[in-house]
Design a protein around this ligand. Sequence first.
Ligand SMILES: Cc1ncc(COP(=O)(O)O)c(C=O)c1O
Length: 362
Amino acid sequence: MNKIQRNVLLNPGPATTSDEVKYAQVVPDICPREKEFGDLMEYISLELTKIVGDETKYTTILFGGSGTAVVESAISSVVPHNKKILIVNNGSYGKRICDIANAYDMDYIEFKSSATQPINLSNLEDTIKKDNNISHLAVTHNETTTGLLNNLDDLGKIAKKYDIELIVDAMSSYSAIPINMEKQNISYLMASSNKNIQGMAGVAFVIANKKNIEKLKDIKPRNFYLNLLAQYENFIKEHQMRFTPPVQTLYALKQAIIETKKEGVQNRYERYSKSWDTLVKGLNSLNLKYLVADEFHSKIITSIYIPENMDFDDMHDYFYDKGFTIYPGKVEDFNTFRIANIGDIDFRDMELFLELLGKYLK
Ligand SMILES: Cc1ncc(COP(=O)(O)O)c(C=O)c1O
């Protein structure tokens, strides 16, 4: 196996992958309607479920598409027409959930919250108490805009107290930060193949409590391709996605799952955390400030203020030439860039990055 040029992706996914994951895509041509391919998807669905829940109670519904496809699938499929969804917006991805609800003309309440501070839970509860028609609460786990980590234990308790279903966009936390859907009272959780699971882009999925899926039968579909119940029922019956799946991405995902199981999610988070500690230590010594305080931080992606007189594009090109990809900021009002520490990289890559950053700033 020839080694493939290794780029250190410090963008928040698609992340750097192992050569084994890249090569897993090179397989004989196969019609995805063959049983052999159905078995591959069955394995993937089962193993993705096991990362966050008991496979007898939870199931993973696969789609071909990027992460937004499954956020849209869940949001548009699970809320009854006569009910409301409460959406926490404390960054671009919370806002995107609002945009999706808006596009489907759904009845939703936007709960705006600080981009850098924890959610005010008593205000959130007050909002729920004021409206007895709320059936769902949607939140982003790790706000990839900033690295602010929303506390799922707290949100799950509130959902339980008011008998509402919790929907979590875990795109940038799944398979890094340990999650337990049952303990944390999460009904639906969305993620994709190209972030912390360390696979290729092209597959996204909704992990759902099987009991909740049964309830979807009473909801008139708002869409066709992204309908969650239809995708689920077809998979149960045929062991197939309804429409052409991204064949090679699924082979890579199988390999990424094997590597994730070998490392373990807890160990992966420790590896990521060590990279993050290295990053933050380096930023401090270079006198660079970042947006979210350590105690609220996911340790997965960091939004860093760009020093005065520095230009992101120039910085980007400097690093890109040296094999490191950095990422622009996404928070209005603040001039920032972002560094993610996910994928098949470790603290040594971060040390090299910091060494280059030091030279660049000089
Ligand atoms: C939390 C979160 N939600 C949704 C998305 C959207 O995923 P995609 O760009 O794959 O559609 C992202 C992407 O970074 C994300 O971080």
